[in-house]
Design a protein around this ligand. Structure first.
Ligand SMILES: *Cc1c(COP(=O)(O)O)cnc(C)c1O
Length: 419
């Protein structure tokens, strides 16, 4: 029998919410306690729930891995912000990714953008293969997806937009149209922008995933993940695996992440404003070779940002290359005083790091450089401090890092071109 490709049926969309983003962020999944009137939901630490007769629990809960009140409330809030009918929370962003990949039958094929998050790349190449799922990476997925699809075998297309750490964008609608014609689901990792700036389901994606660790929690004190979608079929498959695999967050983490989510719109807006100031400052500096920031009109895919991002905002993440090579990049990160040298992103505090030696050190040089990740690339996560302090900080760190490294090279008679 030959395989019949079924175009993806569009599941019913989530009902149009009565309220707007900020109101939903504050109120979705946040009922007042019916007994005490507490405005903030109590933390429900119980792992088990009483049954009045066998198989007759008092309320809707039985055992906390399967579901618990704090996780349920957090999931409702995420679903509301991502315009989804369903959301599921996981113990990390990586656990959300793993659970989605685990839902594919052995022998399935996945097409993914090349510059995915390092941990996603590791899962795709080192773990998924062990259960018979194979991934093909594409550096230009809008152009290649059609020819990379193996009819009947490809089940998923994986997109990250913006990509990490080079901040290139993917036209989600363009890829989804092709994938859907072949019966293939599209996943978008929306961690870098957060649901405030981009809602991938509105652009045709079938599943949106987040590392909640980043913007949604936003305070660098919880590791958590989530996935949101509209299809009831996906809900039954993925919630089954959420319980069966058990990579679930604790009630306390769900409570903390829900508290963080309530101010997402304020934080994401401020981070985006700050990143615009920092990107503009860097672009004007003679010490900087290139700036990757989707909010700048000079970004090669700025038109996608205008179409896909709320108000054309660029988000809080950017990266840049500076004169003086790897050493200057490393020194820059040590000379900043407001920005902290650390991995991760999306918190209230600003961070800097050097991807080639830190987050992306595991990728072989050739593949890394093909994706634009050179030794002199610095990745910046803008927090919510004062823009002027961030601007002064990058200027003083650039001055010191480049003077030191380029000055030293000139003394040694070397030519520095930043490569
Ligand atoms: C951090 C991150 C992940 C993984 O999330 P964890 O919570 O660290 O497991 C996935 N995707 C992106 C884009 C990330 O930044």
């Amino acid at each position: 029998m030959t395989h019949q490709e079924q175009p993806v049926e569009t599941p019913p969309r989530a009902p149009s919410p009565e309220h707007r983003f900020a109101t939903l962020a504050v109120h979705a999944g946040a009922p007042h306690d019916p007994v005490t009137g507490a405005v903030i939901e109590p933390l429900s630490l119980s792992t088990t729930f009483e049954q009045t007769a066998v198989g007759k629990p008092v309320g809707q809960y039985e055992y906390s891995r399967s579901s618990n009140p704090n996780r349920d409330n957090f999931e409702k809030a995420v679903a509301a912000l991502e315009h989804a009918r369903y959301a599921l929370a996981f113990s990390s962003g990586s656990a959300a990714t793993a659970t989605i990949l685990q839902s594919l039958a052995s022998g399935s094929h996945v097409v993914s953008v090349s510059d995915v998050y390092g941990g996603t790349h590791r899962y795709f190449t080192k773990v998924a293969a062990a259960h018979g799922v194979h991934v093909t990476f594409s550096p230009s997925i809008e152009l290649d997806v059609e020819e990379l699809i193996r009819p009947g075998v490809t089940k998923l297309v994986w997109i990250e937009s913006p990509s990490n750490p080079t901040l290139s964008l993917v036209d989600i609608r363009a890829v989804a149209n092709i994938a859907h014609a072949h019966g293939i689901l599209v996943v978008v990792d929306n961690t870098f922008l957060s649901p405030y700036i981009q809602n991938p389901l509105d652009h045709g994606a079938d599943i949106v995933v987040h590392s909640v660790t980043k913007y949604i929690n936003g305070h660098s004190d919880v590791v958590m993940g989530c996935a949101a979608f509209n299809s009831a079929d996906l809900y039954s498959r993925l919630s089954f695996l959420q319980n069966a695999i058990g990579a679930v967050p604790s009630a306390f983490d769900a409570w903390l992440a829900h508290r963080g989510l309530k101010t997402l719109h304020l934080r994401a807006r401020e981070a985006s404003t700050n990143a615009t100031v920092v990107a503009t400052t860097l672009r004007a500096s003679p010490h900087v070779l290139a700036v990757n920031y989707p909010g700048l009109p000079s970004h090669p895919q700025h038109r996608i940002a205008l179409k896909q991002h709320r108000g054309g905002m660029g988000g809080g993440m950017l990266s840049f290359r500076l004169r003086g090579g790897k050493r200057a990049a490393e020194r820059f990160c040590q000379f900043t005083r407001v920005f902290t040298l650390a991995e991760s992103l999306g918190g209230v505090e600003s961070l800097v790091e050097v991807p080639s030696s830190m987050t992306h050190a595991g990728i072989p040089r050739e593949a890394r450089e093909a994706a634009g990740v050179f030794d002199d690339l610095v990745r910046v996560s803008c927090g919510v401090e004062d823009a002027e302090d961030l601007r002064e900080d990058v200027l003083q760190a650039l001055e010191k890092a480049v003077a030191e490294t380029v000055g030293k090279a000139e003394q040694n008679g070397e030519v520095m071109n930043g490569e």
